[in-house]
Design a binder for this molecule. Structure first.
Ligand code: 2BA
Length: 108
C-alpha cells in the first residue's frame, strides 16, 4: 500500500477530487496554505494499492494547472521579508505529489 500526499491549487481541487473518486480512489482533502506565498492550497491524502499509484498521479497531473502569482514582496506582519524585485512573479504548480510507503490501513 502507498500513501500519496498531493498538494494542488485550490482552484483545481474540486476537479481533481471528482476525477479521482470517479476512478474509485478514496480521498481526504485538507485545507492547507503554502509557506512561501501564503496562498491557500489543498492537500489530498490518498491511500491506495501500489499498482494504482501511476493512475492517481496521471489524474492529478491532468487536472492541475500551472499559475503565476506576484512575488511576495511584502511579508505578513511579524515575518521576515523573503526578498525579490517588484514585478517578479512566482510560477506555482501544477501539483506537488509525494509518495510514501504505507505499512497498513485499517478501518474500524
Ligand atoms: P508555496 O510554499 O506557497 O510555494 C509557492 C511557489 O513558490 C512554489 O511552487 C515555488 O515555485 C515557489 N517557492 C516555494 N518556496 C520557495 C523558496 N524558498 N524560494 C523561492 N521560490 C519558492 P510549487 O513548487 O509548485 O509549490 C506549490 C506549493 O506546494 C507550495 O506553496 C507548498 O505548499 C507545496 N510544496 C511544494 N514543494 C514542497 C515541499 N518540498 N515540501 C512541502 N510542500 C511543498
Amino acid at each position: 500500500m502507498k500513501l500519496l500526499l498531493a498538494i494542488v491549487n485550490s482552484d483545481d481541487a474540486d476537479v481533481v477530487a471528482a476525477a479521482l473518486t470517479k476512478e474509485h480512489f478514496s480521498v481526504t482533502s485538507l485545507a492547507t496554505t503554502g509557506g512561501f506565498l501564503k496562498v491557500a492550497n489543498t492537500t489530498f491524502l490518498i491511500g491506495t494499492e501500489e499498482e494504482r499509484v501511476d493512475l492517481a498521479k496521471s489524474i492529478i497531473q491532468r487536472h492541475s494547472q500551472t499559475r503565476t502569482y506576484p512575488y511576495p514582496i511584502t511579508a505578513p506582519f511579524g515575518r521576515t521579508p523573503v526578498g525579490g524585485e517588484e514585478g517578479d512573479t512566482v510560477t506555482v504548480g501544477g501539483a506537488t505529489v509525494m509518495v510514501f510507503n504505507m505499512e497498513g490501513m485499517e478501518k474500524y
